[in-house]
Design a protein around this ligand. Structure first.
Ligand code: FAD
Length: 434
């Protein structure tokens, strides 16, 4: 048996313009892509119908077909990564493991453990930058410390950007070095403990018109005015380099949104404490009401605030919510209901197809005014005004809250002016007690 090199796929589920795959194919022979359905993650999911798992499953089925056509194979495993690698080390003669960096604290820890195990077995472990444009120390202040404010970060990010950072990795050129042989058994979704959902994976394609008009349409949830690329970026079914190359030419507002993504990834990397704490620690002293019934009404989209309810129902029904509405629903939960932002963050994490720890945490801490570059605490969205401005014809609201103009629609859970004042008082008090 010849030595093989594994390319461990995680958030990079594609066969072209993929850094780890490219370097493995260029440097090694017998390159076999591997995906592990990680039980340490799957066991935390509370439903058997999880759109993310189904999405990954469909993408892998696609990759397997593509690899079949190349007379190669995809190895799919189920288990915790350490045990899985131990098993694979006894099953194959493995020369190296190639993978791409992940910046989440748990993933960093996992990768350190796997690297250690690999090296103990004389197997090299190599990791590359793939999921963002700039990482770690690449965009930092002149004194080497990380940025915590977006605008100067984005300025330096743009100044640094050149062809080198967005050129694509031409994996195809080296496909001859893919592992050749029979395909391995491909598990069924049921054997992984999950069921089919309504999600359907389609390859992402970008509309030039949409990107060109993005700055005019992106805030209106009734319009198809945003790119809907988030789930693809989450799982790597599109390359960030391709998107940035496109955005840099056609629309600066769109480019800025992609930079926010890098920004939050690096906030999480440099400040892993944000996972459970306010970035601005003074805000860790807010006395939340945390009323369970209010929380339930918010989750179910029954607050009596139409734009909030429409958003929550869109999320529950589809796994997606428009960005403007994410900001409104998050702000409402935190400031109108005085519920800990971590409750909302956790709820979004269970529901969002594009759930990403860094962007979700960043978004929630922004809305809670606890974040690095957040909305000031005294700026409190008025949901009715937001609806008037961004859904003036009530098209989005009527789509998701069909009983809106009937007696079946609930009365507002709390009065706006009262809630606003209560939030201001609570925040002020927390800051006074710091
Ligand atoms: P577009 O408007 O077309 O933007 C293109 C891409 O830019 C997005 O796909 C995303 O990758 C990036 N982007 C845009 N806005 C942001 C932002 N504020 N922060 C980071 N990246 C951004 N995004 C996630 O990908 N996963 C999450 O879990 C997530 N949770 C959020 C929670 C809250 C409370 C808020 C306010 C925002 C959250 N976002 C999250 C950011 C944003 O809402 C989504 O990225 C966006 O709605 C996805 O739709 P789109 O692809 O059509 O976006």
């Amino acid at each position: 048996m010849e030595d093989i090199t594994l390319v461990w796929l995680r958030r990079d589920l594609r066969l072209d313009d993929q850094a780890a795959l490219y370097y493995a194919l260029k440097n090694e022979r017998n390159v076999l892509p591997l995906f592990i359905f990680d039980t340490t993650i799957l066991n935390l999911l509370d439903s058997k119908e999880d759109r993310r798992v189904d999405f990954i499953y469909q993408v892998l089925s696609d990759l397997k077909e593509d690899l079949d056509k190349l007379a190669s194979a995809l190895l799919v495993e189920y288990g915790d990564p350490i045990r899985t690698f131990k098993k694979l080390f006894s099953q194959f003669r493995i020369k190296a493991i190639y993978t791409n960096h992940d910046y989440e604290p748990k993933a960093i820890f996992r990768d350190e453990q796997v690297k250690k195990l690999a090296e103990e077995n004389d197997i090299s472990f190599k990791s590359f930058k793939d999921q963002c444009i700039f990482e770690k120390q690449e965009v930092v202040k002149d004194d080497g410390s990380p940025y915590s404010v977006f605008t100067p970060y984005s300025r330096k990010w743009k100044a640094r950007l050149n062809e080198f950072y967005i050129k694509s990795y031409p994996c195809k050129k080296y496909y001859r070095n893919l592992y050749k042989g029979d395909n391995f058994e491909f598990p069924s979704l049921a054997s992984l403990g999950f069921e089919k959902t309504d999600v359907s994976f389609e390859k992402f394609s970008l509309s030039k018109t949409l990107i060109q008009t993005y700055h005019q349409t992106r805030d209106f949830p009734a319009l198809p005015g945003t790119s809907r690329v988030s789930v693809h970026l989450r799982f790597g079914t599109v390359s960030i380099r391709k998107l940035v190359a496109y955005a840099a030419v056609y629309n600066e507002t769109y480019l800025n949104e992609l930079i926010w993504r890098d920004f939050y990834m690096m906030i999480l990397y440099h400040y892993p404490n944000v996972v459970n704490h306010a970035f601005k620690t003074d805000y860790d002293h807010i006395l939340w009401r945390n009323n369970e019934e209010d929380f339930k009404a918010w989750c179910e989209g029954k607050t009596g605030y139409p734009i909030v309810d429409a958003g929550m129902r869109e999320l529950n029904a589809t796994g997606f919510m428009h960005n403007r509405v994410r900001m409104i629903t998050a702000s409402f939960l935190i400031k109108h209901l005085l519920i800990d932002w971590r409750w909302g963050e956790a709820y979004f994490a269970t529901k969002l197809n594009d759930y990403d720890l860094s962007a979700n945490n960043g978004g929630w801490q922004w809305a809670a005014s606890t974040g690095c570059d957040a909305v000031p605490y005294f700026r409190i969205f008025n949901p009715a005004e937001q609806a008037k401005r961004f859904d003036p014809e009530r098209i989005y609201i009527k789509k998701w809250v069909q009983e809106i103009d009937t007696p079946a629609y609930p009365q507002p859970i709390v009065e706006h002016q009262f809630a606003r004042q209560r939030a201001l008082d609570t925040y002020k008090q927390a800051l006074a007690n710091k």
